[in-house]
Design a protein around this ligand. Structure first.
Ligand SMILES: Cc1cc2nc3c(=O)[nH]c(=O)nc-3n(C[C@H](O)[C@H](O)[C@H](O)COP(=O)(O)OP(=O)(O)OC[C@H]3O[C@@H](n4cnc5c(N)ncnc54)[C@H](O)[C@@H]3O)c2cc1C
Length: 447
């Protein structure tokens, strides 16, 4: 084999791997659908963990680090007080316009000598036997020694791999959300209104997340649902936002499109001979928050490290398996745990949420995790046994809720067992058997 690496799609993890590999002497080419650099990313601003660049061995961006922004969670009943996050002074996170983030990453990979081919739509992988040897694209076929799939949630590579490789081709309906995001103007004359990051928990069975974020000049709206939706839903939700945020104007300033986000644990198998998936193509978002920038970038670094230690340049499922194991130990197992918590949250009906808010069961301290925390340990660090006992006492009167909490605890126990039994080395039958067990845990998460 050799050192020719194809990065399929300019996803964040693919660019991170490209940067490290090119700096280590590999020939790296990115094939990207967007016609030019300026079309990459979105117009809006995203949050992600401030440790990301450092952990991934990337030079820091000069801008973006800001004090952590607290979120206020609003329940379905407007009479109940919201639960507000509080952070101590000095806690920071990254807040970057996605176009600026792309400009930073693209600047780095160009400097490292990576080639980027724009205006190139990838259709499918090229295989010889069970090995991925290249990509079929609108500009012709390209071959390489390894294909890194960084083409996002609808990756045509993952979708068209032969099923016998054990890599999940398609995602289920409730494993992706369709997110509408738009910045509207902020009307003047509402002096009482503060800048606030409001997240609404509706329990309406349709809306997974909604937020209205008021800044100096704009109100940033997000609506995320499991089913695709059109202007009628946006208009209906706008009215609801407007009732609670009278300062919301009707001029669209930025954004305004619907984009798909994976909202589930990482896929069970990330590698095949000549192939590795990273980022949204492998569902690496934090399953509660849908934030995937930090995990994609971290995974890109893990992948590059594993490739660099493959001295015989095999890039087989066997040698790439170390990427899978390291990723799951550092990030994936924790994400799977968070996915269980997501199933619990989604099982909460409007009346359950009203019970939580009305009886003040959760405190500010309980919810003061960063939306981009990638580890279940960090996210739920506050829940010591004493705290859990205290909360259970408060929920005690509500038997249905106690049952749901019990069910999620049992599932988390099973998940821990299954993830601890991931094969150490790659053998396809053993890996496929393990993957089936992992997926089976989530087959029915109704509680
Ligand atoms: C509304 C919204 C808000 C979000 N907010 C946050 C946030 O605050 N924080 C956070 O961490 N994450 C956030 N995310 C999630 C985040 O966008 C992703 O998890 C992150 O971008 C990682 O995905 P990726 O880089 O792997 O893939 P993508 O960002 O999807 O990039 C894939 C790349 O591949 C290219 N591509 C796709 N198909 C093809 C093809 N067939 N041929 C060639 N090229 C192709 C695309 O053009 C794109 O450049 C948000 C997402 C949305 C939609």
């Amino acid at each position: 084999m050799g050192k020719n690496i194809i990065i399929a799609g300019a996803g964040h993890g693919g660019l991170t791997a490209a940067y490290h590999l090119s700096n280590s002497g590999y020939n790296v080419t990115v094939y990207e659908r967007a016609a030019q650099e300026s079309e990459l990313g979105y117009e809006w601003e995203d949050f992600f963990d401030a440790r990301t660049f450092d952990e991934a061995g990337l030079p820091e961006s000069e801008t973006g680090k800001i004090p952590k922004v607290p979120i206020s969670f609003y329940g379905p009943n407007p009479e109940h007080d919201p639960i507000r996050q509080t952070f101590s002074n000095g806690e920071v996170e990254m807040h970057m316009n996605r176009k600026e983030l792309y400009a930073h990453l693209i600047g780095l990979v160009k400097e490292a000598g990576v080639q980027i081919v724009y205006g190139c739509t990838i259709y499918a992988p090229i295989l010889i036997g069970s090995r991925v040897v290249g990509i079929k694209t609108s500009l012709g076929d390209f071959t390489g020694d390894l294909v890194i799939d960084a083409a996002g949630v609808d990756s045509p590579l993952r979708a068209n791999l032969p099923p016998y490789l054990g890599i999940q081709n398609t995602l289920k309906q409730n494993e992706c959300v369709y997110a509408y995001r738009a910045y509207f103007n902020r009307l003047e004359g509402f002096e009482d209104v503060k800048n606030e990051y409001k997240t609404y928990l509706t329990g309406d069975g349709k809306t997974v997340t909604t937020w209205a974020v008021t800044t100096e000049k704009t109100v940033d709206l997000l609506i995320a649902r499991f089913e695709p939706f059109g202007q009628d839903v946006i208009d209906e939700m706008y009215k609801i936002f407007k009732a609670d945020n009278p300062h919301l104007g009707d001029q669209l300033v930025l954004g305004g499109q619907v984009v798909k986000i994976p909202l589930r644990r990482p896929i069970a198998v990330l590698v095949a001979d000549g192939y590795a998936a990273v980022g949204d193509s492998a569902c690496m978002t934090v399953p509660i928050a849908g934030s995937g920038i930090a995990n994609s970038i971290r995974a890109g670094k893990i992948l590059a490290d594993v490739i660099r230690t493959d001295r015989n340049e095999e890039y087989s499922a066997y040698t790439l398996w170390k990427y899978q194991v390291t990723f799951f130990n550092k990030i994936g197992n924790s994400s799977a745990m968070i996915d269980m918590a997501r199933a619990f949250l989604l099982s909460l009906k409007k009346e359950d949420l009203e019970f939580f808010f009305g009886n003040k069961i959760l405190t500010s301290e309980d919810v003061s995790f960063n939306t981009n925390e990638t580890s279940a340990k960090e996210m739920f660090a506050h829940f010591s046994p004493a705290v859990i006992l205290d909360r259970l006492k408060k929920v005690g009167a509500n038997r249905a809720l106690i049952r749901k909490i019990g069910a999620v605890a049992v599932r988390i126990g099973r998940l821990k067992l299954v993830t601890s039994r991931m094969p150490d080395t790659y053998s396809r039958p053993a890996v496929i058997k393990w993957a089936q067990k992992y997926e089976q845990l989530f087959a029915d998460t109704s509680m």
